[in-house]
Ligand binder design. Structure first.
Ligand code: PEP
Length: 255
């Protein structure tokens, strides 16, 4: 059985006080929870990673970055490598979050290089995929998601691809308060698992964790997580409130 994986993307929020305080509140709230039953990560802004790693120490909460660059060092002003993220004590990084795709303008080829760089630098990438509203309305959801996965995972053999978590995040549901219905999400998750079986094999696909993201809240988390192919949640806004994020984590643990 796939262990639920709940990650909180803080986006461009928190500061040097509220970030460590948030992770400490989460650690306290998770103290009595069987950590064999759920994996939890927080994904703060770059500048607070080291402080949050420090505050999360011994809590079992992992820390990840919201992005990386694909080169490891050199004349790339303003960029941060996977080795640097690993060096400050993180083990995850997001690749291809929709805000990077659609606000910053990242394309599939660049995202694929970042996925490779993450794995080569010892990080576990969370590769985000998902369609825009107009793409869904035009019946192109599967085509878009398939392209994001085929291109994002291009060149990864099974050994490397094992490091990847996929996050299906319909762009129209991110930060909008509109959640995909559990059935809508399940349909895409099942399609993704089928594609992974085609790219690797069925047992590989059966082990792969696929998160859902898009306006996840304490009151919709359990219903989403009950779906067969939803193995975790990538949470934005609701991960900034310790009580809400804790409620989401608790709702995700199988009874
Ligand atoms: C996200 O940032 O990946 C996200 C899903 O945000 P929200 O939960 O706020 O929709």
């Amino acid at each position: 059985m796939r262990k639920p994986f709940i990650a909180g993307n803080w986006k461009m929020n928190t500061d040097s006080h509220s970030g460590p305080a948030l992770v400490k509140a989460l650690a306290a709230g998770l103290a009595n929870i069987d950590r064999g039953k759920v994996d939890v990560a927080v994904i703060p802004p770059f500048v607070y990673l080291a402080q949050v790693v420090n505050a999360a120490r011994a809590s079992g909460i992992s820390v990840g970055s919201q992005d990386i660059y694909f080169e490891q060092k050199g004349a790339f002003t303003g960029e941060i490598s996977s080795n640097m993220i690993k060096d400050v004590g993180c083990n995850y990084c997001l690749c291809g979050h929709s805000e990077r795709r659609h606000v910053i303008g990242e394309g599939d080829e660049l995202i694929n290089k970042k996925v490779h760089a993450a794995i080569n630098g010892g990080l576990l990438p969370i590769l985000c995929v998902g369609e825009l509203l107009e793409e869904r309305q035009a019946g192109k959801t599967e085509e878009v998601v398939e392209r994001h996965i085929r291109k994002g995972m291009a060149g990864l053999n099974a050994e490397k691809a094992e490091a990847v978590t996929l996050a299906y995040e319909p762009v129209w549901a991110i930060g909008t308060g509109k959640t995909a219905t559990p059935q809508q999400a399940q349909e895409v998750h099942a399609m993704i698992r089928g594609l992974i079986a085609e790219l690797y094999d069925k047992s590989f696909a059966d082990d792969m964790r696929i998160q859902y993201g898009g306006s996840v809240k304490p009151d919709n988390a359990a219903e989403l997580m009950q779906k067969e192919d939803i193995d975790g949640l990538l949470v934005g806004g609701a991960s900034l409130k310790a009580d809400d994020f804790l409620a989401i984590i608790k709702a995700s643990i199988p009874a």
